[in-house]
Write a protein of this length. Structure first.
Length: 275
């Protein structure tokens, strides 16, 4: 009977030890010390005098705890153990939340001040006072140079356009004049001045008769854009012989052809002429 009682006591004590170990592991975890208070110390041994000993052994004052079946049925406090925290845990105990600093943290005091300063600088615009006066002079001269180049280009383009309207391409000028070459006021001589690829040529039709036309070779023009230069003619007595002489005008230059022997010849070097 004693052996069976001892075997039953061991079987009952096994789950009790497991429950005690779980409780000990739970209360040894420092993670939840602030949630649940620590368990008061208790002994796993108690003093009892009604426990019978085996035959041949001396009765001890302190014996192992032997619990009845009703005492061993201690429910496990599984629901009292909160789940361990993980990286994805969202429910934090209220006690942990109390450790956080209360009230709004003032960390954006500098940002509004800086944004305000930036807005003030933007409203002020670009600060020109930090440049030296020579910079302004240089900028002004550069603007004037660019304006002059643009104005010159525009004026040149407008002049060429007007010449195209009046003289065409190649540049051709025509006029009538009485020069004493079988002509009269009713039948004046007809003259044509042509700038043909920088070569100036003057064609005379005495008395308007094309069968008696004469060609006078003028100067050769050199330079960029001279193929568009306009050649004009006018007639004036420059040597005081009573006969109108021919003057060829090319831009700012003048070329004199002397009226002699029913035609025109270029003026000789040193010959006195009065334009």
């Amino acid at each position: 009977m004693d052996q069976s009682h001892t075997q039953r006591s061991r079987n009952i004590a096994t789950p009790v030890r497991q429950v005690a170990d779980k409780r000990r592991d739970f209360y040894d975890d420092d993670e939840y010390d602030d949630v649940f208070p620590s368990r008061p110390p208790s002994s796993v041994r108690r003093y009892r005098g009604d426990v019978k000993t085996e035959i041949g052994r001396t009765r001890a004052d302190v014996q192992s705890v032997v619990l009845t079946k009703s005492d061993a049925q201690i429910p496990a406090r599984k629901s009292a153990i909160p789940p361990r925290r993980t990286a994805t845990q969202t429910s934090i105990p209220a006690v942990r939340a109390s450790r956080c600093p209360t009230g709004p943290v003032e960390t954006e005091e500098v940002s509004p001040r800086r944004s305000g300063e930036l807005s003030v600088h933007r409203q002020r615009g670009f600060n020109w006072s930090r440049f030296h006066w020579s910079v302004y002079v240089g900028v002004a001269m550069l603007v004037m140079l660019i304006g002059w180049i643009a104005f010159s280009s525009l004026a040149s383009w407008w002049q060429v356009t007007q010449d195209d309207w009046h003289y065409g391409r190649p540049r051709t000028f025509q006029t009538d004049a009485v020069v004493g070459h079988n002509d009269s006021d009713t039948n004046p001589s007809h003259f044509m001045a042509v700038n043909l690829q920088r070569h100036v040529e003057i064609i005379e039709m005495p008395g308007g008769d094309a069968s008696k036309a004469k060609i006078y070779v003028g100067p050769v023009l050199i330079g960029q854009g001279q193929d568009l230069a306009v050649v004009t003619l006018n007639f004036k007595d420059v040597n005081s012989d009573g006969n109108p002489d021919m003057i060829v005008n090319i831009q700012d230059s003048r070329f004199v052809f002397i009226n002699e022997n029913g035609g025109f010849r270029p003026a000789r070097p040193g010959e006195k002429v009065q334009l």
